[in-house]
Design a protein around this ligand. Structure first.
Ligand code: PHE
Length: 346
């Protein structure tokens, strides 16, 4: 019976056939298990010869079962590998990948450019006391310039006795930094600002970078050089022509609005050249000026000792110019298709 079992195992064509034969021999009712039970009724002498014989049988059959199972499993795997094909040259499905938002990217680039010029980065609160946002910047309660800002006010009283508001510009960081550190200073202050305004070129939240230099003997020439240097670095071209226009801000005197020249090609604005050239125009880029001596005074410094210049740039506008985007509102829609169109994420 052993030989027969071994022969059948050898001939078994599948793992389930092997399993059936195993049960017949080694299962609870199997013939080897039955043989084992006969040991109990034997005399000790008989048992001494029979026990090793039956154990041996059982071991041979068990080994043969395992060997045949392993062989069949290996063969099944071989067969499956032979039929299943896997094309490793197929491109993997694209997994969506995030990227740095254009506005954040521009802020990082600007911080880097100004770091090379020796400017440190400072920040201030977005929920601001109206004293820092207006009063200390030479816009007292009654000042008509306050009406220029469509300000979001909070109902709460501010520590200064005025009101809390969402800052309308990054200029309050000028005051905070002068008060905290005194002169000399060379800083930029990037951040979010808020105005109640919304169309294709205005969003109620947008981004500015403030620049402030406080030192001795600072004049408009320093301002012009700094702006030219940073704009050339930012737009990666020497072909930047600036136009400085007299303007008015309560916190600078004199105040200068800065335009940059652009050409119109195929209906698109391309930076470069004088705006007065044919097929060219000027685009308003930023506000700036020499820090008003009243602001220096209210920030705790002596205006006869310290002078400086300041500027405020719209970061979103810079990003639109650099990447050729035309609707500011799309910046904050979080639509990845729009970002992908301009090469941000895919
Ligand atoms: N704070 C001004 C604005 O928001 C810009 C500015 C900053 C002008 C610094 C002059 C100096 O429009």
């Amino acid at each position: 019976q052993v030989e027969e079992t071994l022969t059948r195992l050898h001939a078994a064509g599948s793992v389930s056939d092997v399993e059936a034969i195993r049960v017949e021999a080694l299962g609870k009712q199997g013939w080897i298990s039955q043989l084992m039970k006969t040991l109990g009724k034997m005399t000790p002498e008989e048992r001494q010869t029979e026990a090793p014989r039956i154990q041996g049988l059982r071991a041979r059959v068990a080994d043969a079962v395992e060997a045949r199972k392993a062989a069949l499993e290996a063969a099944e795997l071989e067969a499956r590998l032979a039929t299943e094909t896997l094309d490793l040259t197929l491109p993997a499905p694209a997994s969506p990948k995030g990227s740095v938002h254009p506005v954040s990217q521009v802020m990082d680039e600007l911080a880097e450019i100004f770091a090379d010029l020796g400017f440190a980065v400072k920040t201030g609160p977005e929920i601001e006391d109206d004293w820092y946002n207006f009063t200390a910047l030479n816009m007292p309660e009654s000042h008509p310039a306050r009406a220029m800002h469509d300000t979001f006010y909070f109902p709460d009283d501010a520590p200064s006795g005025g009101r809390m508001l969402l800052r309308t510009h990054t200029s309050p960081v000028q005051v905070r930094t002068m008060m905290a550190e005194g002169g000399p200073l060379r800083i930029i202050a990037p951040g979010r600002v808020y105005r109640s305004d919304s169309d294709a070129t205005h969003t109620p939240m947008f981004h500015q970078i403030e620049g402030l230099v406080i030192d001795k003997g600072i004049h408009l020439g320093h301002l012009k050089w700094t702006l030219e240097t940073f704009l050339k670095a930012f737009f990666e071209t020497e072909d930047i022509v600036l136009r400085l226009r007299p303007s008015y801000f309560p916190f600078t005197e004199p105040s200068v609005e800065v335009d940059v020249g652009f050409a119109i090609e195929n209906g698109k604005r391309i930076l470069g050249g004088s705006g007065d050239a044919p097929d060219h125009g000027w685009m308003e880029l930023l506000g700036s000026g020499m820090v008003n001596r009243r602001v220096i005074e209210m920030s705790g410094l002596d205006p006869d000792e310290w002078q400086g210049f300041a500027f405020g740039v719209g970061v979103d506008r810079l990003a639109m110019l650099k990447y050729g985007m035309d609707d500011l509102r799309a910046f904050f829609d979080g639509d990845t298709r729009w970002l992908a169109h301009y090469g941000f994420s895919h």
